[in-house]
Design a protein around this ligand. Structure first.
Ligand code: DX5
Ligand code: ZN
Length: 230
């Protein structure tokens, strides 16, 4: 089986109890903390910045933190996130005037780098920077909000990105973000994704009691992934 990773998006977590929420979701078997940064400029919403990333590290979070920058410009804020303990820093090509330079900056600061493609953004620029990315993230919704529906055309785009990665020979993760649920994660994996962001599907999951029930939903996602044919 491929090395699948589940990355809960804390956008849908209870921000008043964020440290505890992250601890619980990692305890439930999730792998990576997906950290959505929005600036009310590149996308029409405003979220969290480096201070919160740093606070999670100080709280004791040791899992990888996957910082998804939905901001423009990106270069000013990259060093702040590197210092705050980000593991991955990914950005949208539209957010940087100099994509190659921003990717290099991320790696020079000791983080893993990545590019994020909106539903209608072509993968073309990738071919020039395959040696400088550790992650390719395909948006399967328009960025800005959690809880939107998966855009089916992303499945073909995933197949296209998977071919590019395999042909390159580089070790690059292929992440999907938006509308990922228990009932579609398997076909998303079969289209080539290996890293799955899920916000509302995980943090919105409720068990029989009032308590959040992340164990059940993470286990259900893993069970679906185990059935995926690669
Ligand atoms: C959207 C964010 C996502 C979001 C996904 O712009 O990048 O990470 O939290 O949320 P769901 O899984 O609810 O679609
Ligand atoms: Zn995201």
């Amino acid at each position: 089986m491929a090395d699948y990773k589940i990355a809960p998006s804390i956008l849908s977590a209870d921000f008043a109890r964020l440290g505890e929420e992250v601890d619980n979701v990692i305890k439930s078997g999730a792998d990576i903390v997906h950290f959505d940064v929005m600036d009310n400029h590149y996308v029409p919403n405003l979220t969290i910045g480096p201070l919160v990333c740093d606070a999670l590290r100080k709280h004791g979070v040791s899992a990888e933190i996957d910082v998804h920058l939905m901001v423009k410009p990106v270069d000013r804020i990259i060093p702040d996130f590197a210092k705050a303990g980000a593991s991955y820093i990914t950005f949208h090509p539209e957010g940087s005037e100099h994509i190659d330079r921003s990717l290099q900056m991320i790696r020079e600061l000791g983080c893993k780098s990545g590019l994020v493609f909106n539903p209608a953004t072509s993968l073309d620029c990738l071919k020039y920077v395959m040696d400088k990315v550790d992650m390719i993230l395909l948006m399967s919704v328009n960025p800005g909000f959690g809880g939107q529906s998966f855009i089916p055309a992303t499945l073909d785009k995933l197949r296209e990105a998977r071919k590019l990665i395999d042909a390159s020979g580089y070790d690059i993760r292929l992440e999907i973000d938006g509308g990922v649920k228990v009932d579609n994660i398997r076909e998303i994996a079969e289209a080539g994704a290996d890293t799955f962001v899920a916000g509302s599907a995980i943090f919105g999951a409720k068990g029989d009691s009032d308590a959040n029930d992340y164990d059940t939903v993470v286990a259900a996602m893993r069970a679906e992934l185990a059935k995926a044919k690669s």
